[in-house]
Design a protein around this ligand. Structure first.
Ligand code: PBG
Ligand code: MG
Length: 331
């Protein structure tokens, strides 16, 4: 609208100075929104860099104490644990997943003894434990559903017994949320929460993660018979609806940045606690550009995370969690 020769409404007035911009900001990013994924390896006094994820390390259980100290001091509410299983402990059925002394369980017990208030999220899927790198059991070259779900339910109970607070099934088998909920309840773990990777896409952005785990080279074929087709969004809503009906307490969309449209739709439709995973390939992409001097490090990290909040996320699993928490403390 024009009043005389002047615009009546000037959007720029609310951008005039810093205090006004703060007053009208629609979303905020705080440390409460950050979940830090970490890679745990066997052995003692072990630290190794992940080639395709500059700044990210695999760390042995005895070093977790110091590795997590800053994250805890900064107030990061939860971490997500990813174990790196050596080849000799992998087999066709991923039997190590249900070993009460596997790496995930040892890490969980250690962390709970040092930092009892830090939330622990356990990824549930067989791929860290199978010699074929798939998330479930294979019969006749096909990742079978129902037999896999039975294993996943046992894996979840095994993790809950070790002190994992939130079970995060990342496998995309049908019906696993209901089965895991029932198995947890039957074993006295009714307080253990489920954060479902409800809409997880068959994505090229997981490449660096598979390098970190050493499962990339093992993987036969791809995961398109269980992870979602990047072409689909209605299907994501149906997947989320089912997982919530089956008892998921929180849902996740993965990857993150290329799927902000899905996050917004899920938030609008379900109004349930919604998370996203800014995956390894997104991290690698941003770090590569920062490393080349093409993007401003601090601004890019914070903007990439704020975008998830604007899209409707409660929180984000991000390899930038500690770095972002440091930056947020400064601002
Ligand atoms: N179930 C495995 C799992 N859990 C988390 C990630 C990817 C995380 C990332 O790329 O950062 C994957 C990889 C996959 O599905 O192959
Ligand atoms: Mg599903």
């Amino acid at each position: 609208m024009i009043h005389g020769s002047f615009p009546t409404t000037r959007g720029r007035r609310n951008r005039f100075d810093a205090f006004t911009r703060r007053l009208v900001a629609e979303t905020t990013l705080t440390v409460d929104n950050l979940i830090w994924p970490i890679f745990v390896c066997e052995g003692s006094n072990q630290r190794s860099r992940v080639e395709s994820m500059p700044g990210i390390e695999r760390v042995s259980v005895d070093l977790l104490d110091e590795h997590l100290a800053e994250a805890v001091a900064l107030g990061i509410p939860a971490i997500a644990l990813f174990p790196i299983t050596p080849l000799e402990k992998r087999d066709a059925t991923g039997s190590e997943a249900t070993n009460p002394d596997n790496l995930m369980c040892r890490a969980a017990r250690k962390i709970k003894s040092v930092y009892p208030a830090l939330g622990l999220i356990g990824d549930v899927a067989l791929d860290p434990y199978t010699d074929h790198g798939h998330d479930g059991l294979i019969e006749n070259d096909y990742v079978v559903n129902d037999a896999s779900v039975a294993c996943l339910a046992r894996q979840a109970v095994n993790q809950a017994r070790a002190g994992i607070d939130i079970i995060a099934p990342s496998d995309m088998m049908d019906g696993r949320i209901g089965a895991i909920r029932a198995a947890l309840d039957e074993t006295g773990h009714e307080h253990v929460r489920i954060m479902s990777y409800a809409a997880k896409y068959a994505s090229a952005f997981y490449g660096p993660f598979r390098d970190a785990l050493g499962s990339g080279g093992l993987l036969k074929g791809d995961k398109r018979t269980y992870q979602m087709d990047p072409a689909n969004s209605d299907e994501a809503l149906r997947e989320v609806a089912l997982d919530l009906e089956e008892g998921a307490d929180m849902v996740m969309i993965k990857p993150g940045m290329p799927y902000l449209d899905i996050i917004r739709q899920v938030r609008d439709r379900f109004r349930a606690p919604t998370f996203a995973y800014q995956v390894s390939g997104e991290y690698a992409m941003i770090m590569a550009a920062i490393g080349n001097g093409w993007l401003d490090r601090d601004k890019t990290i914070l903007e990439s995370l704020l975008a998830f909040r604007r899209a409707g996320c409660n929180g984000v699993l991000t390899y930038f969690a500690v770095e972002a928490a440091r930056l947020l403390r400064k601002t």
